[in-house]
Design a binder for this molecule. Structure first.
Ligand code: ADP
Ligand code: ASP
Ligand code: MG
Length: 386
């Protein structure tokens, strides 16, 4: 029997009707002689709703209890899908992250997958079950549920696929990966293939379509990811080794809620500052340092959610909110000099002020006030024909 791992996101299982549709899709696939592992996200906005329930009780709920709570979202959708499958005559079993063998470590809410012990999944497959696995969760060394961070179900699916040595199909509410989020730019073009590094970069730089860690795992184990629409037979996008797109820039991604942090160093070194931030596990992105008149000014970006953690380190940080990061990504940028110059020129000639700019081998990111984000996006879309 051919094996497949299929993942359905929150919008694909948002209602009972949609769960029935997914059950029909799985049944058809099963009858096409496939062994199926299906990873699901929580129904619709369940994760947000659970978070706001906790928020109604506490401003600062225990991270452990939050993960206990959030892990239930996926258990609801997984068990309902198994019930729906049983109802149409298919053998199916739902497993939560611990039952499915997900061993995780790290901060609650940001856990990393260490390993997936697939023996239970294997056993259930050998008993002819369609195996439904909850995304986004695993068990840590304290035998507590820990979640993988928002969007983490993609990573759960790819982790299982990697262990089973098969490709991973990710079904969502768009029919593939586009040059720009089609919700923002309706004329964006669909990409038939995306290189691992590009997909990783676009996901890290804000494209919500796929969890960056899932692409990292896929690349490491050499499996392909296929992103497609949950309900129609339209060809989607493959993420893999080869890249056939010819344009220099294949994607524009945006990340909102960037936090710009400034600090004048007095009695500490730059190293001390970042060591202290690291002790608090603060997520830091672009760093710059300037020495003027015997003073050292440090600026870095993080995300608004990390502000509380940063404030624990010192009380004289200056914060700027309502900041976004607009990025362009393209594998062909590696051997195409002059892209940064084109971006600088574009910003300059249109009078756009930016807080900072950073580059990697295959991307350029511009930090701007959220107020001018859309203007910057439109300029870049036109300039690079996205
Ligand atoms: P799921 O619930 O299935 O995990 P997500 O909401 O996490 O789905 O991701 C799908 C969404 O990603 C789409 O609705 C789309 O608006 C957004 N998106 C962002 N960037 C892109 C892109 N470059 N191509 C396609 N979709 C994108
Ligand atoms: N339910 C989780 C979230 O909303 C995980 C996921 O959907 O991938 O972030
Ligand atoms: Mg998602």
């Amino acid at each position: 029997m051919k094996r497949v791992v299929m993942k359905f996101g929150g919008s694909s299982v948002a209602t009972i009707e949609k769960i029935k549709k997914v059950a029909e899709i799985l049944k058809r696939r099963k009858n096409g002689m496939n062994d199926i592992v299906c990873v699901v996200s929580a129904m619709g906005d369940t994760t947000d709703e659970l978070l706001s329930l906790a928020g109604a009780l506490s401003k600062n709920p225990s991270r452990r209890e939050l993960d206990m709570l959030l892990a239930t979202g996926e258990m609801v959708s997984a068990s309902l899908l198994a019930i729906a499958l049983n109802e149409i005559g298919e053998k199916a079993i739902a497993l939560n992250g611990a039952q499915a063998g997900f061993e995780v470590k790290g901060r609650y809410g940001f856990a990393k997958v260490v390993d997936v012990n697939t023996s239970r999944i294997e056993r259930e497959l050998s008993e002819d079950n369609i195996v439904i696995v909850t995304g986004f969760q695993g068990m840590n060394s304290k035998e507590d549920f820990s979640t993988l961070g928002r969007g983490g179900s993609d990573t759960s699916a790819v982790a299982i696929a990697s262990k089973l040595g098969v490709d991973c199909e990710i079904y969502t509410d768009v029919d593939g990966i586009y040059t720009v989020d089609p919700r923002f730019h309706s004329e964006a073009k669909k990409l038939s293939k995306v290189f691992y590094d590009e997909a990783m970069e676009m996901a890290h730089l804000g494209a919500k379509i796929i969890d960056p860690r899932s692409v990292e795992i896929a690349k490491k184990y050499g499996i392909r990811i296929y992103v497609a629409l949950n309900s129609a037979n339209v060809l989607g996008t493959y993420i893999g080794e080869e890249n056939v797109e010819e344009s220099i820039i294949s994607n524009l991604s945006v990340q909102d809620n960037i936090l710009l942090v400034k600090k004048t160093l007095r009695n500490e070194s730059v190293a001390e500052l970042f060591l202290n931030l690291a002790k608090e596990d603060v997520n830091i992105d672009i760093i710059s340092k300037m020495d003027t008149e015997g003073k050292t000014l440090v600026r870095f970006t993080s995300v608004v959610d990390e502000r509380d953690l940063i404030e624990k380190v010192a009380d004289d940080f200056e914060f700027v909110e309502n900041v976004s990061k607009v990025s362009i990504i393209g594998n062909a940028m590696r051997n195409q000099p002059g892209v940064a110059a084109r971006v600088f020129d574009l910003l300059n000639s249109n009078g756009i002020n930016f807080h900072g700019l950073s580059t990697s081998e295959i991307s350029i990111s511009i930090i701007v006030d959220t107020l001018v984000k859309e203007k910057v996006m439109s300029l870049l879309i036109r300039e690079f024909e996205l």
